[in-house]
Design a protein around this ligand. Structure first.
Ligand code: NAD
Length: 335
């Protein structure tokens, strides 16, 4: 397929904005439409001259010249838009999560396969150069025994966003579960134990948490721990450490610059990236570049159905572990 791919972005909030930035750069895409019901927001966005503004997705679905749809709407609409787009013969790139329950996740993949259309998930960490470098060096530390990830958000998302986000496991930690599968392969942990707390009363009233530690153990003994928080005053904190029998790999935070200021009272460094658009700027671009080339090469997925199911089930199991205050025997109970 040599032609320019006509696309649409659906949802022009935080995620829609970083996808718009990428769309403007990638040669193989022509952004034909952006969709958002918020007319004020729609009017305020700077768009390429040929791009039309729409308040609902119908014209995109009915336009046979549209090849691909990027879904960045609030989570509650993903499943519906994914199915409608795939059934309207469009390739789909969607922000996570795919759906609210396992059957919806499966149905999305089955519909993509049935229609022979690409279905890519917005797990941009797979395209982050630090994590790619870490993965490609795993063999240097031999037997991997422990992984420790910190994954702390900044700034805290709006309460309106949080209300329909799923929960901290499906909305935030799902990235870490996917990273675990990216690093170790699609293996299910034997056990999962979660400690969780909610400091923000409004989030607590949503039956959700804002501070969580997840520990998972695999049948070979490997222990994988992730800690997360909905806020982190010093910036967007995303670190990964892998400890093995022959050494350790550490992917550190990205800073605004690499300047160190040496003074009498110590050494000062630039701040950690403010939030995800800064931290993952190049990964957001790389994931859409990959989507574009995949459509041309006929590669349907960037994350397999098996991986998407596993990360979804792990998120479900984590919620149960937190809520019931118990260790979940994941393989026995879920897999
Ligand atoms: N991969 C990542 O790093 C990342 C980061 C942020 C958000 N996300 C995901 O992106 C999605 C959007 O999150 P966000 O932070 O951009 O939210 P947001 O609240 O900033 O923006 C959502 C936008 O969607 C619009 N909208 C509302 N109803 C709509 C509808 N029915 N159809 C189309 N658009 C609609 C809103 O007007 C708003 O402009 C979420 O599912 C979230 O999980 C992913």
């Amino acid at each position: 397929m040599n032609k320019i791919l006509n696309t649409a972005i659906v949802g022009m909030g935080r995620a829609g904005s970083f996808h718009l930035t990428s769309m403007k750069i990638i040669d193989g895409f022509n952004l034909k439409y952006v969709v958002d019901p918020d007319t004020e927001k729609l009017a305020s966005i700077g768009l390429p001259t040929q791009t039309k503004r729409l308040t609902d997705i119908d014209a995109v679905l009915n336009d046979q010249d549209v090849d691909a749809v990027v879904i960045a709407s609030p989570t509650e609409y993903h499943y519906d838009y994914i199915l409608k787009s795939l059934n309207a013969d469009k390739h789909v790139f969607t922000e996570k999560p795919l759906g609210h329950c396992l059957s919806e996740v499966k149905e999305c993949f089955d519909t993509a396969a049935k229609n022979n259309k690409a279905l890519h998930l917005g797990f941009q960490r797979r395209f982050d150069h630090n994590f790619i470098a870490l993965k490609s060096n795993l063999s240097t530390i031999n037997d991997v025994r422990m992984v420790r990830a910190s994954s702390r958000d900044n700034p805290k998302p709006s309460y309106e966003y949080l209300k329909t986000s799923g929960n901290i496991f499906h909305d935030m930690l799902i990235h870490d579960f996917d990273m675990m599968l990216f690093l170790l392969g699609p293996k299910a942990p034997e056990t999962i134990n979660v400690f969780a707390k909610c400091y923000d009363k409004k989030i607590e009233a949503m039956d959700d948490y804002d501070t969580v530690v997840v520990s998972m153990q695999f049948d070979n003994g490997l222990i994988y721990t992730v800690d997360t928080s909905r806020t982190s005053v010093y910036g967007y904190d995303q670190r990964l450490e892998v400890f093995g029998s022959d050494g350790m790999l550490v992917a550190e935070n990205e800073l605004d610059s690499n300047l160190n200021i040496y003074a009498k009272d110590g050494i000062k460094q630039a701040p950690v990236s403010y939030s995800f658009p800064q931290r993952y700027k190049s990964a957001y671009l790389a994931e859409l570049v990959f989507f574009e080339s995949s459509i041309r090469n006929g590669e349907l997925y960037n994350v397999t159905k098996e991986e998407a199911i596993l990360s979804h089930l792990i998120a479900d199991a984590c919620y149960v572990s937190a809520k019931e205050g118990r260790l979940v025997r994941f393989k026995e109970e879920y897999y």
